[in-house]
Write a protein that binds this ligand. Structure first.
Ligand code: TUI
Length: 312
């Protein structure tokens, strides 16, 4: 399953684990990398020293390449950007903003840079700025989302840039991966699939909420605040959307979700927690190990791709 992405990153399979806030810590990242994909530590809103510690702990668990995802809205983004350069992390992905000001220092540290983008314009800007690849993330994804679907975004980004494109959003099995390849992607990034795995250090209630979810169970909150976030519907989401419809202020809405991701992930609070998830949750029915997930994905994809000549 060799593609430009496996060659760029020195990994066995072009399968990347999303850098999910509060979920993507060193156990998950190391398990995905050990299984031949690329694990990511999600820096989210965490302080830089937590990220440094996570990088060092992941190195104790795996010799294989892994990366760090930097959430650019974090108050600690500048410090985390420096830590990844100091630690000479192999790969950095970024989300929720423009990483332009950090690119030169990361290049100098020999880091592979892969910004997550939700538009063609941003993909072109990142290529011009020196990115090695981009993740084109469709609105099917969980968490902070753009407007365009994976089906529509990936081929347009693939046409617009020469660097390899990684598809994200709505992928959880070999059919999704084969489809992404057909749209011009050279790799895929999966988030929700890796939340419901043995190695994900998240509350069992959250995993079970994903496993029980159906196709129509996600909602996007915060469209009115300019900060759209896809989550599984629950008591607090219903209230949020109702208040949003009635024209609630940013502060009123924020007060509902503050600390919600931690409540979901660590406390398993399925009523008032923010259970971030992609639309693909409806297709996730079990809690395998990361190695089992990757082996299944590879076997399913290989069967579909055989004879297409799209990868060696
Ligand atoms: O970043 C994500 N997904 C995320 S970040 C996140 S952290 C959070 N925690 C608590 C509450 C809310 C959020 C959860 N999920 N995905 C990558 C992504 N990046 N999707 C879209 C974008 C994006 C959007 C705008 C990338 C660039 C961009 O550019 C804007 C600009 O500056 O021009």
């Amino acid at each position: 399953m060799q593609t430009e992405i496996t060659k760029l990153l020195g990994i066995q399979y072009p399968i990347i684990q999303g850098g999910m806030a509060w979920v993507a810590e060193h156990h998950l990242a190391a398990a995905v990398s050990e299984a031949g994909g690329l694990g990511l530590i999600g820096a989210a809103n965490a302080p830089a020293e937590w990220v440094r510690e996570q990088i060092r702990k992941a190195r104790e668990l795996t010799d294989k390449p892994f990366g760090v995802n930097i959430m650019l809205m974090s108050p600690y983004a500048d410090e985390v950007a420096q830590v990844v350069a100091e630690e000479k992390v192999k790969v950095v992905t970024t989300g929720a903003g423009n990483p332009g000001k950090y690119l030169e220092s990361w290049k100098n540290a020999g880091i592979r840079i892969i910004p997550v983008v939700a538009s063609v314009a941003m993909a072109k800007m990142m290529e011009r700025a020196g990115a090695d690849a981009v993740v084109a993330e469709g609105t099917e994804s969980g968490g902070h989302v753009g407007e365009t679907t994976t089906m529509v975004l990936v081929p347009q980004v693939a046409d617009a840039v020469k660097i390899p494109v990684i598809a994200a959003g709505g992928i959880a099995d070999g059919r999704g991966i084969a489809a992404a390849f057909m749209l011009g992607a050279k790799g895929v990034q999966l988030g929700t699939r890796f939340v419901a795995t043995k190695e994900a250090v998240v509350h069992e209630n959250y995993k079970q909420y994903i496993i029980k979810a159906k196709d129509i169970d996600t909602r996007v909150t915060g469209r009115s605040t300019g900060h759209p976030v896809r989550v599984l519907r629950n008591q607090i989401t219903n209230k949020y959307l109702e208040m949003e419809k009635q024209g609630a202020t940013f502060e009123e809405l924020e007060s509902l979700t503050v600390g919600g991701l931690r409540r979901a992930v660590q406390e398993g609070d399925t009523k008032t927690g923010s259970l971030m998830s992609g639309q693909i949750a409806g297709m996730i029915h079990d809690e395998p190990t990361c190695a089992e997930v990757i082996q299944r994905l590879v076997a399913e994809t290989d069967k579909l791709m055989k004879g297409t000549g799209m990868y060696e």
